[in-house]
Design a binder for this molecule. Sequence first.
Ligand code: SAM
Length: 232
Amino acid sequence: MMSVEEISDGIFEIDLDDRKSLATRNLMPGISVYGERLIEEEDEEYRLWDPKRSKLGAMALKKFEIPITYDSTVLYLGAASGTTVSHVSDILRDGLVYAVEFSPRTMRDLLQLCDQRPNIIPILADANKPQSYAHIVEKADVIFQDVAQPNQAEIAAINSKYFLEEHGHLMLSIKSRSIDTTASPKKIFKDEVRKLENVFGVEFEVLQRKELDPFHEDHLGLVARMFVDDEE
Ligand SMILES: C[S@@+](CC[C@H](N)C(=O)[O-])C[C@H]1O[C@@H](n2cnc3c(N)ncnc32)[C@H](O)[C@@H]1O
């Protein structure tokens, strides 16, 4: 029998081939989303989760406290074709993920995933314009953002102002090369964290930050909690 340990709500570490692998419990048994291996154990099916293909997966393996729970409402910015969103969907047994992506071609792949998984709501929109999806998205417990854009901090702040529950959590992947290819990643990360501290009247308390190497070079993972300045 293999050992399966739940390290956070809906996120598991499985001892496999003499090493630990990350996995989620498959919401749609028998279906592999991006070619990942399916593992049966004690009447449950798990999908292996490749941290090299997912910033959230890398954050889980790097021992971040993941604020997503079984019944969370999550706003996911930069969904792409849904590799990571599919694992979020596995975690959210009683929750919902709004998946925002602005590339129509990529959205076509995401729509196929949404056909199989009713807890993903796809939104074709630019994350710079939260007002364009404000009529669809409800308040979120967690915003996860992986958009690889130069104005990542601003996008996070404005979406938090629109959609994040007071004291909700922001999870951010910051790619230094999307901001500046010449400056040192450490300096860029410091500047971005400072920008997050008070943008658009939204204040964040950074709870955890770590670089995501060796899974993703020159990326910082960050978890912050939001406070709203009512005086604004
Ligand atoms: C690094 S990929 C995301 C990978 C995905 N999070 C995963 O783990 O499966 C970044 C995605 O963000 C999308 N993106 C970039 N800027 C965006 C914006 N302003 N609004 C919405 N999506 C955006 C890109 O089209 C791309 O699909």
